[in-house]
Design a protein around this ligand. Structure first.
Ligand code: XMP
Length: 513
């Protein structure tokens, strides 16, 4: 495996991805926990990430010195190169505002193990730079391997110790050969086979879960989404009926969704599942609530209350299982960003573990979303579950601006089901990140048959995105939109007008509340 030491770069996760794409398992540890991670993982190589700090600042992060004495190859990227250089006796200088940002070219001055078979002496290659500081004097044993206009130490190497430093970012797509460079480091320099796979991950995790849990009891909250489902199936494979799943059904799910969850777990997998029908509780509490944040807060809090109650009833659980993913973990160890503005308070079961005083089982902590999907397929989860679009924790409540009632939920469920049915029929489901209907608290006049109607407006939304952070409206064919609008107005009583939301994110958000 490869250990990635995180110094807080925005793109550290991409390093992990590139390494895994090369068929090598990798984990990220913040620099503060890197030594412990090294002891645990016994990696064959280390990558030091970039970061926003300046090495010239005495209080900026450092790598544990022991890593440089461990005898394994190291690749330092940007800040990682600078920190390695400084800790090994070289010198880094501040950039007095003259750094390089964006596209640059490196000129290869000599061959290196780092790019054997990839780059040759004398060639120029496009890379992506983003740095202010730069290396000014190399530690003993290091040589300059490539230069760029703004960085005379664009690539440096100590071939003997197998320490490499790059001033640019090979992990981003703007460095066209970057993925190959990282793969070369992992396989050629570190000598790893590149045969890591989901099947192996599954076997390793099952052994880990058994070791962690022993004879203890585990409860797992299911949301209906892919993450918690994959976590639960994996844990069940490891410990069987020591696992109990709890599905808090807030009544704000889409059409047929609750039954699907129950069917999949109880019938398909035979996993013990407690289905808590809390619709009345949730809708009762939502009566008269129109403020989006108030809705979100109420749902989040009530969800935790209900779950806690159920856990108490089941009794004796020592562990709480969660489908926490890698991006969630990374966000929570961010040590760089100041407080950011709350756009929406996301509902997840974040506060649950502390309150319930339970140990956590989080078998997906190292995975990205698409890797979770791959693991789900490996575990035999049906495609309809595995490939499902993301769905927000507060469910339909945040797709019904204004007051949420049972009646409005039912109207929305019907419209949403028609829309998604048409999307699947047109073969577009997998090309879209998320598609859903929104029921607006606005009534407009229409005409049906010979009569006047005065009913609600339904907005439909579909976006493409890679991570939900930015998004663009899907460019449907007008004939498709026509078909959906006609069906919804004809088939759903209570809706007489359909609009298509073409706002991108930013400035819009994906959900309406
Ligand atoms: P926005 O609306 O902020 O949504 O652009 C970005 C992504 O997050 C999902 N989302 C949520 N997911 N709990 C969740 O688990 C929430 O409270 C929540 N709010 C929004 C949204 O569906 C989109 O995929």
């Amino acid at each position: 495996s490869i250990l990635i030491v995180d110094f807080g770069s925005q793109v550290t996760q991409l390093i992990a991805r590139r390494v895994r794409e090369a068929g090598v398992y990798s984990e990220i540890a913040p620099f503060t926990a890197a030594e412990a991670a090294f002891q645990r993982m016994k990696p064959a190589g280390i990558i030091l990430s970039g970061g926003p700090a300046s090495v010239t600042d005495a209080n900026s992060p450092r790598a544990p010195q022991a890593l440089f004495e461990a005898g394994v190859p190291i690749l330092g990227i940007c800040y990682g190169q600078q920190v390695m250089c400084q800790q090994l006796g070289g010198e880094v200088v501040g950039g007095q505002g003259e750094g390089e940002f964006g596209r640059a070219f490196v000129e290869v001055r000599r061959g290196s193990h780092l790019f054997d078979g990839l780059w040759q002496e004398g060639e120029r290659h496009q890379v992506w730079m983003s740095h202010g500081d730069k290396v000014a004097r190399l530690p003993d044993g290091f040589d300059i391997v490539a230069v760029s206009e703004g960085a005379p130490y664009a690539i440096t190497a100590d071939e003997q110790r197998r320490f490499y430093g790059v001033q640019f970012h090979p992990e981003v797509v703007h460095t066209p050969d970057g993925a190959k460079l990282i793969a070369n480091f992992a396989r050629h320099v570190c000598g790893l086979a590149g045969d890591w796979s989901m099947a192996e991950f599954r076997a390793t995790k099952i052994a880990e879960i058994r070791a962690q849990v022993g004879k203890g009891r585990v409860i797992c909250g299911l949301s209906g989404g892919v993450d918690s489902a994959v976590a639960a199936v994996l844990i069940h494979e490891a410990i069987g009926d020591q696992l109990t799943c709890v599905f808090v059904d807030h009544g704000l799910m889409r059409s047929g969704e609750a039954d699907q969850v129950v069917g999949l777990f109880r019938e398909h997998y035979g996993i013990p599942l407690v289905h808590v029908n809390a619709e009345t509780l949730f809708l009762g509490g939502l009566a008269g609530v129109t403020d989006p944040e108030a809705k979100r807060k109420f749902i989040g809090k009530t969800f935790i209350d209900v779950f806690e109650d159920e856990a108490r009833k089941i009794g004796g659980a020592d562990f709480l299982a969660q489908g926490t993913l890698y991006p969630d973990v990374i966000e929570s160890v961010s040590f760089t960003g100041g407080p950011s503005v709350t756009i929406k308070s996301h509902h997840n079961v974040g506060g649950l573990p502390e309150r319930m005083n339970m140990k956590l089982v989080e078998p997906l902590r190292e995975l990205f979303k698409d890797e979770v999907r791959a693991l789900g397929r490996e575990l035999g989860l049906p495609e309809i579950f595995v490939a499902r679009h993301p769905f927000p924790g507060p469910g339909l409540a945040i797709r019904i601006p204004g007051e949420v009632t049972r009646e409005r939920c039912d109207i929305l469920r019907k419209a949403d089901a028609i829309y998604l049915e048409e999307i699947r029929r047109a073969g577009l489901y997998d090309a879209i990140w998320q598609a859903f209907a929104v029921l607006l608290p606005v009534r407009t006049v229409g005409v049906m048959g010979d009569g006047r109607t005065y009913d609600s407006v339904c907005a439909i939304r579909a976006v493409t995105s890679t991570d939900g952070m930015t998004a663009e409206a899907y460019p449907f064919d007008p004939a498709f939109l026509n078909r959906v609008a006609t069906r919804i107005v004809n088939e759903v009583q209570g809706i007489n007008r359909v609009t298509y939301d073409i706002t991108s994110k930013p400035p819009g958000t994906i959900e309406w509340e």
